[in-house]
Design a protein around this ligand. Structure first.
Ligand SMILES: *Cc1c(COP(=O)(O)O)cnc(C)c1O
Length: 349
């Protein structure tokens, strides 16, 4: 096969910001030890880029959701440092866990039975303190099958840590009631937002994800977090349109005057969803280049009024500072990362 020409779109991942001394020290200041959530290919930014940077920053615990995610992460760190949040549902899961050496998070009595039936061994346990998602209930912790587990980290997960909600204190109180009832080596409660709720929430191990990748789940963290992801693409064409002309599918934009527009090599297949439409803008040299009309699968048309010198082949960037981008696109900061499409992720630089 011939070499491919360079792509016309690019995802940039600033591993310096990901594992900056700033970030590492603020994580240390915020918690005794941090375990990084690296599920979903490091929230879309790429395990091969991000995990080595996190390892270099001193991270020793890594969380994925699925067993299918373990092997890629284990290319960079010992499998014994990987926890699998979905736990062991079947005997096949348990056998795989043993074979590869990653640690299951036990989420139910059934999972505890599966794990014990496979011979058991070191595991983590998730207790549900109110999110009602995964986890054994506080009433179940006294069951023999839980009591006989070899529990490394006893954890729970906060539902509303990014809000000032009474739920946070309620979950903290429930966690404290339950943890003396299960023998364990370490305790863990806080995700990124939970870290900002203060030392009461930190325990032995925190579990940041979003904040590592440039997301700001609470204002208190804004100063410690730098953007990590960037999105750039080339102009495939520029064109002059006349007042009254329309742009794109369903003719959603009508030019109010004669104007110059550019066609950017990026679309919803790359994760730039139609919901950006009305408020989204690219940027060049501090100028906003507004998106016009409906986002297509592979193209977005932008207003070049503020950048009259741009030509075919020039590049523009889509500001991907997650707090602002979330407002513009009405997506969550989490979705903005995990929605990034394959073409863009394969182009990561
Ligand atoms: C994804 C996840 C995290 C990380 O959460 P962020 O909000 O991204 O910091 C922590 N704990 C569990 C159980 C998770 O599923």
């Amino acid at each position: 096969m011939p070499d491919r020409p360079p792509p016309t779109l690019r995802l940039t991942v600033d591993t310096g910001a990901l594992a900056s001394p700033d970030m590492a020290s603020s994580l240390r200041q915020f918690s005794a030890s941090a375990g990084a959530a690296v599920k979903a290919d490091c929230y879309g930014l790429g395990v091969d880029k991000c995990v080595p940077a996190l390892r270099a920053a001193g991270c020793e615990h890594f969380l994925v959701a699925h067993w299918s995610e373990v092997a890629d992460v284990a290319q960079h760190i010992p499998a014994g440092q990987i926890a699998v949040l979905h736990g062991v549902m079947t005997q096949e899961d348990a056998s795989y866990a043993k074979a590869i050496g990653a640690i299951p998070v036990i989420n139910s009595l059934h999972q505890a039975q599966v794990w014990q039936a496979s011979g058991g061994g070191r595991c983590h346990v998730m207790v549900d303190t109110g999110i009602n998602r995964l986890g054994i209930s506080p009433a179940e912790v006294s069951e023999d099958v839980i009591q006989s587990l070899d529990v490394d980290v006893l954890m729970s997960h906060l539902a509303c840590a990014d809000e000032d909600s009474a739920m946070n204190a309620r979950q903290l109180a429930r966690f404290k009631e339950v943890f003396s009832a299960v023998p364990h080596r370490a305790l863990s409660l806080a995700n990124s937002a939970g870290i900002a709720l203060g030392p009461d929430y930190h325990f032995d191990l925190t579990r940041p994800g979003l904040s590592l990748y440039g997301g700001v789940p609470r204002a208190e963290l804004a100063d410690a977090i730098r953007p990590v992801a960037g999105v750039e693409a080339a102009l495939l064409q520029t064109r002059a349109i006349a007042a009254g002309d329309t742009v794109g599918y369903n003719a959603r934009f009508t030019a109010p005057r004669d104007m110059r527009v550019g066609v950017v090599s990026l679309g919803y297949a790359d994760g730039i969803l139609r919901s950006w439409g009305e408020h989204g803008a690219f940027e060049l040299g501090g100028n906003r280049l507004k998106m016009l009309g409906t986002v297509s699968m592979d193209m977005i048309v932008i207003d070049l009024t503020a950048a009259p010198d741009l030509r075919e082949g020039d590049w523009v960037s889509l500001p991907y500072s997650l707090r602002d981008a979330a407002q513009q696109s009405s997506l969550s900061q989490y979705e903005l990362l995990t929605v990034l499409g394959k073409r863009l992720r394969d182009s990561a630089a």
